[in-house]
Design a protein around this ligand. Structure first.
Ligand code: GLA
Length: 411
């Protein structure tokens, strides 16, 4: 049979259209985890865990100084589809990285990402908790290396899955602490508790005020009419691990020289009097922490009485000391933050998370949020030549098992 040339041409056009379009269709992380699970393990999972990332509104680099932090669990998350195995094998697929490990039988060098689930398995076993064999696949829409706690969200997802499979029950704080231990010991980042805490405890429409010493926390309602905007510079973190650990060491040195347990134990007034006891670089680092502790507590009170101007001012000040004293910003973050601060409707903006690249966060009048997103992207691109990813985030629930996988957001 001879095909009509018109048929061939139209077939070609339709085919190109389909290929071109499907190229741009991104499958949601939940579907990716689920479909990969079904493909690899030829059955449906027993359950799916959703574990969010977080954005921190205020209290940066103070968690390991026993200070106060104000993170929000966001509507971007890791999804883990899992079922129990009869043996003790861990068969884990990282869908986004197209990588599959099988333990203990894998005899090749393990990929870096496997430190997160394997670290969690190890600390759970050390705590005498049953870590059963598992078949699982996970995928995440929390961008990696962007300061939104993609690692903590993976850690919590696995801790919650093993809790379910092992039929034991720890508090959310205990799970968070074990995941923090896994990150300290297996990933080598000497992080504080903030990220794992936020991923575990997230509450819809709330920020979470945590005292990192007593571990007491209270949900703080996000005011109506305000949008929390995440602005990803798309510049990924560099030298994060070593620089982060250096900052922590500098704070510990400052506490030692000041004769206090942690930097949260000195008031700003007292620090002003005794700062001269510290070498200049250590004094700079410590000043950021002392000021940040002070302003976080004041700003939370402002947020509670709906004083968004004062809260926004504290965010701007936080960025200033993170940039000039703690020196964890970079050109891209500074460009994003100053563009955001110059726009109408923006109460305040700052880098969020560890810094050295990643995201900024801005508090914006909800009625102008769309224009703000658009204008910010334009100004950032003009300043840096980079395309930003900017979106309004919603405060969501902490890590949990999805009761209804067709409602993936935990919202
Ligand atoms: C990282 C760490 C947290 C915290 C922040 C900075 O996200 O994991 O523990 O120290 O940096 O506030």
């Amino acid at each position: 049979m001879k095909l009509h040339p018109l048929f061939i041409v139209s077939f070609f056009i339709v085919h190109c259209f389909i290929v071109h379009c499907s190229f741009f269709i991104v499958m949601p992380a939940l579907d990716l985890a689920l479909s990969q699970f079904q493909k690899s393990f030829h059955s449906s999972p027993q359950f799916i865990v959703r574990s969010p990332g977080r954005v921190n509104l205020l209290g940066e680099h103070v968690d390991y100084n026993d200070g106060w932090v104000l993170p929000v669990a966001i509507d971007r998350a890791t999804y883990l589809a899992a079922r129990k195995r009869d043996d003790d094998q861990l068969s884990i697929i990282a869908v986004d990285l197209d990588s599959h490990i099988q333990l203990p039988t894998s005899n090749f060098e393990l990929p870096t990402w496997s430190r997160y689930p394997c670290g969690v398995a190890h600390v759970l076993r050390e705590a005498n908790l049953n870590v059963s064999g598992i078949d699982c696949a996970f995928s995440s829409d929390v961008p990696r290396g962007a300061g939104l706690s993609s690692s903590a969200s993976v850690e919590l997802a696995f801790a919650v899955a093993w809790q379910k499979l092992g039929e034991w029950s720890l508090s959310k704080m205990e799970l968070a602490q074990l995941c923090q231990k896994a990150e300290n010991e297996f990933v080598g980042v000497n992080c504080g508790i903030m990220d794992q805490f936020a991923c575990a405890h997230g509450e819809i429409d709330h920020a979470l005020l945590l005292d990192c010493r007593s571990l007491e926390w209270t949900p703080v309602p996000l005011p109506q009419g305000v949008a929390v905007v995440i602005a990803d510079t798309t510049k990924r973190r560099e030298l994060g691990k070593s620089e982060y650990n250096n900052r922590r060491a500098a704070c510990e040195e400052a506490s030692r020289l000041l004769g206090i347990k942690a930097l949260r134990d000195i008031s700003l007034e007292e620090f002003n009097k005794r700062e001269h006891l510290l070498p200049p670089l250590i004094a700079k680092r410590a000043r950021h922490v002392v000021e940040e502790c002070d302003r976080t507590l004041m700003a939370v009170e402002a947020l509670k009485r709906n004083d968004l101007e004062s809260f926004g001012h504290a965010m701007n000040e936080s960025h200033r000391t993170l940039r000039d004293l703690y020196e964890v910003s970079c050109m891209e973050l500074d460009a994003m933050v100053s563009a955001a601060q110059s726009l109408e409707g923006c109460y305040g903006a700052r880098l969020t998370g560890a810094g050295f690249g990643g995201c900024a966060v801005a508090l914006v009048d909800a009625s102008v949020a769309k224009d703000f997103e658009h204008e910010l992207a334009k100004r950032y691109e003009k300043a840096t030549g980079l395309k930003a990813e900017i979106y309004v985030c919603k405060a969501s629930e902490g890590a949990n098992i999805l009761s209804d996988p067709s409602d993936p957001k935990g919202l």
